[in-house]
Each structure stands twice: as C-alpha cells, then as structure tokens.
Design a protein around this ligand. Structure first.
Ligand SMILES: [Zn+2]
Length: 239
C-alpha cells in the first residue's frame, strides 16, 4: 500500500484518531533519544509503558510534556507454565500474589513518575488473566491496554480497555521493521477500531522505523490522542 492510497483512505473517512504506545521502557538507553525527540519535534503524544522494577529514576527526568507513563507489568518476568503463552500473570499463580505485585509496581511508578503517571496497566506480552481485571480499579488503575481488537471497551466496572493494533516489529523475522507497505496495510485493516493504536519498542528500532513515523505524522486528517484522551474516549471528534 502506498502513502497516497493511505492518505486517500483517511480522507474518505473524514479523519481518524490514533494513539501511540511504546513498550519496555525502564533503563536509560541511548535508544530512548530518537523516540523522545520524535514525539517532541512533531508534538505527538506518546504513552510510554514502563516496567516498574526496571525503571531508573533518571528516566523520568528525560520525559517532556507529551509523554505519559503507563505501567508495563511489574517485573516483566515470564511466569507461564509449560504450554501456556508468555505472561507475567499465569493462571496457576494465586491471584493475591499477582495483585500484590501489580500494586507494588503501581506505587513505584506513581512515586517515580509523579503527575506523568497515567494509571493504566499495559501487561507484558499484552496478556492478563481475566479474573485480575475486576480487581484493578480498587488499586487505582483506570484502564488496561493490550493488542488487537478488544472484546469490550469496559472489561470490568471502572475499567476501560484501549488496545494497540499496529505492532511495527516483525518478531519472527529478526525483530526488524515490518516495512512501510505492511504497516500501512495493517493500519488500514484496523481503521474501524477507534482510536487506533500504534505499538513501538524503542530499544529495537532503526532509523527506517522512525522515518516511517515522521512520514506518518505528516498525514492530514489524523488526530493523535494522549493517554488521557484515549482513556476517556467517546468517539471521533472531527469536524
Ligand atoms: Zn514488554
């Protein structure tokens, strides 16, 4: 798919709402710089999913006004049983243990990130056991963010779900950029999901990936929403 075709599709729809989540933040890496610069230069909000236990306090001093912090699990350790898909929240773990860990990560991020912290759990590997969801609002968590078409916008009372839909990493092909053509195709296929979420992993990206986003930010008719806006989303607000 070409940029022109993509732009025509956005125009045909009379505009769309996008948001941007970047995962696996924590340590202060040189790879953070292009991400933060891109967001700052183009004035596009980014929701940085930070692993609480990996978070270096210095990270938070680097964040500018367009960056909000989400909770990316607590330790990002895979606890899946053999045969179970990768998850920090396996079915066999006592739910109290999982909850206590979420609460601990929540407190750490709230302390470190201060007002930049937006109380949303973006579970590692985009997977969280369902019986945990109803217990999150009592901890102060307002939303959950995974990947793909969501089953419901309200998985539990007091909890909103807003997913990402376009993962730009080819995980089984050297963790490279999936490429412009594929990224535009994937996004077009998911435009019915609003707001549509883009998922990046700053530690993995090369210049081509960021050039793609620079180009995407030039497309007219796209409103880029902050975490605050997507988790209080009531529909397309164009025109
Ligand atoms: Zn992750």
């Amino acid at each position: 798919m070409t940029w022109e075709e993509f732009e025509n599709e956005i125009a045909r729809r009379g505009g769309v709402d996008f948001w941007w989540r970047d995962d696996d933040a924590g340590p202060v890496l040189p790879a953070l710089e292009p991400l933060l610069k891109l967001s700052r230069d183009h004035k596009k909000p980014v929701a940085l999913a930070v692993i609480p236990q990996a978070a270096e306090p210095a990270l938070f001093g680097l964040l500018h006004d367009k960056v909000s912090v989400l909770q990316h699990g607590t330790d990002h350790r895979n606890r899946a049983a053999p045969g179970e898909k990768k998850t920090e929240y396996p079915g066999a773990e006592p739910i109290e243990a999982a909850l206590a860990r979420v609460a601990e990560g929540f407190e750490r991020l709230r302390t470190l990130a201060g007002p930049r912290f937006f109380p949303v759990l973006a579970p590692p590997w985009n997977r969280v056991r369902e019986d945990l969801l109803g217990k999150l609002p009592a901890l102060g968590i307002r939303g959950v963010s995974a990947y793909g078409v969501r089953a419901t916008a309200r998985p539990a009372p007091g909890l909103m779900q807003v997913n990402t839909h376009v993962d730009v990493v080819a995980w089984r092909a050297g963790r490279r950029f999936i490429g412009e053509d594929r990224a535009l195709e994937l996004a077009t296929k998911r435009l019915g999901e609003q707001p549509l979420g883009w998922l990046t992993h700053h530690a993995l990206h090369d210049a081509d990936t960021w050039r793609f986003f620079e180009r995407l930010f030039q497309v007219r008719g796209i409103r880029w929403l902050s975490a605050h806006e997507v988790f209080s989303y009531t529909g397309l607000g164009h025109g």
